[in-house]
Design a binder for this molecule. Structure first.
Ligand SMILES: *Cc1c(COP(=O)(O)O)cnc(C)c1O
Length: 397
């Protein structure tokens, strides 16, 4: 009997009870705006920033309206101007080049390897083209950060990390987001903690954080921030920095604080699911699993594999057959952007040169979400379905 899967790949877990209670308390108070505090009351948003900074070991943290906003704010705070070029990954999602375009800058795409990380050899040849690298840890794959930082430091290129998929992850024990000058995170529904929309920006640089806080729309209320540099850091910046509102509100902050406490446990649960799928897909002819180096402390909220050098038709057939059995796979090889999936050459506002090595990888990348609503048995069934359908198409090709 062929067994089909009936779960939903976009269904996250409910918001925890403690978070719902905290949300009710904020709503009861009516003080949803982060600067609307009574007496010496500390806003939920300010507490959340303190707790997140603490969790990742950063000096400063700012909570904002989205991950994309955090990235554009990081670029602005670093002084990236209209017309500047910014290096970024060819394999990433639309908010990343979008954050670069948001400040009028121009993305310069760097290729992807078969391990689904930024191609350091390609990066080395392009470092002279920009002063900033927006490094996307796409789908939670972390490159050799020691090597990347050595390259960028030597070239005087400042690194911003897009940690939308690496909250809770690390490279060789150092948290993702702590390697570059600035780390940006998202708390959008599909990421590792869920407030619908939201994000964080972290840094140890007082000037960058002072600018980011002013940019986010702090007016002259920056002293209400706790994970922030002292008021002296704002002395000049407060006159020079435009307000481009993108604050986080207390309601979102309230539902994130209890989730942050559970983050470690949740990350372990994601990885348990990942390992079950990975085990189930060992030694499938034609299917390549992604190598995960020992130093990569990843959080696998999604799963990728490669059907390298398969024809587009054959990949399409695998995707259709899996879909018919309830397993939703996404493909990065399609010429037309679809759903959440698009690729560097579909962002036509940015100039691109062909990247044959990366195109070969992208043409084979198959991607799947692993929400925590899936049980380990679900994951085993999903792997059996993929194994059967990939094998069937591979044998008939
Ligand atoms: C989700 C995401 C972001 C940020 O997204 P927002 O929806 O703006 O919070 C950034 N980079 C990647 C790779 C993402 O998937």
């Amino acid at each position: 009997m062929t067994q089909n899967f009936t779960g939903s790949f976009t269904q996250q877990e409910p918001i925890p009870q403690a978070a719902m209670a905290a949300a009710m308390a904020v709503m009861q108070s009516g003080r949803l705006h982060r600067y609307n505090t009574h007496g010496d009351e500390i806003a939920e948003a300010a507490l959340l920033e303190e707790e997140f900074a603490d969790l990742v070991g950063a000096k400063y943290c700012l909570a904002v309206a989205s991950g994309g906003y955090a990235m554009a704010t990081a670029l602005r705070a670093l002084g990236v101007r209209s017309g500047d070029r910014v290096l970024t990954n060819a394999f990433t999602l639309a908010p990343v080049p979008g954050s670069i375009a948001a400040v009028g800058a121009v993305p310069v795409f760097v290729g992807v390897t078969e391990d689904l990380v930024i191609d350091l050899d390609d990066l080395a040849t392009k470092l002279d083209q920009a002063k900033v690298l927006m490094l996307s840890h796409m789908r939670g794959h972390i490159c050799d950060m020691d090597a990347l930082m050595a390259l960028c430091d030597a070239a005087g290129v400042t690194v911003i990390e897009d940690c939308a998929h690496t909250m809770g992850a690390h490279w060789d024990g150092m948290p993702s987001g702590r390697w570059g000058k600035v780390g940006c995170f998202s708390t959008q529904t599909y990421k590792h903690i869920n407030s619908g929309e939201g994000g964080f920006l972290i840094t140890d640089d007082p000037e960058v954080m002072a600018r980011a806080i002013m940019l986010s729309g702090s007016y002259m209320l920056f002293e209400k921030h706790r994970a922030a540099p002292p008021p002296e850091a704002f002395a000049q910046i407060k006159y020079e920095t435009p307000n481009i509102s993108g604050r986080m509100d207390n309601l979102r902050a309230a539902i994130l604080r209890p989730q942050l406490k559970d983050l470690r446990t949740q990350c372990d649960r994601w990885n348990d699911r990942y390992r079950v799928v990975e085990d189930g897909l060992q030694d499938v002819p034609g299917l390549a699993l992604i190598d995960r180096p020992a130093k990569e402390g990843f959080v696998a909220s999604s799963f990728q594999f490669l059907l390298l050098d398969w024809s587009a038709d054959a990949v399409g057939e695998v995707i259709d057959r899996c879909k018919a059995r309830g397993v939703e796979l996404k493909w990065f090889g399609g010429a037309e952007p679809a759903g959440f999936t698009s690729r560097y050459d579909s962002w036509r506002y940015a100039p691109t040169a062909p990247m044959p090595t990366s195109d070969r990888v992208l043409a084979g990348v198959v991607d799947m979400r692993l929400p925590l609503t899936f049980s380990l048995e679900d994951c085993a069934l999903i792997a059996r379905i993929i194994r059967a359908e990939v094998s069937a198409v591979f044998q008939s090709a």
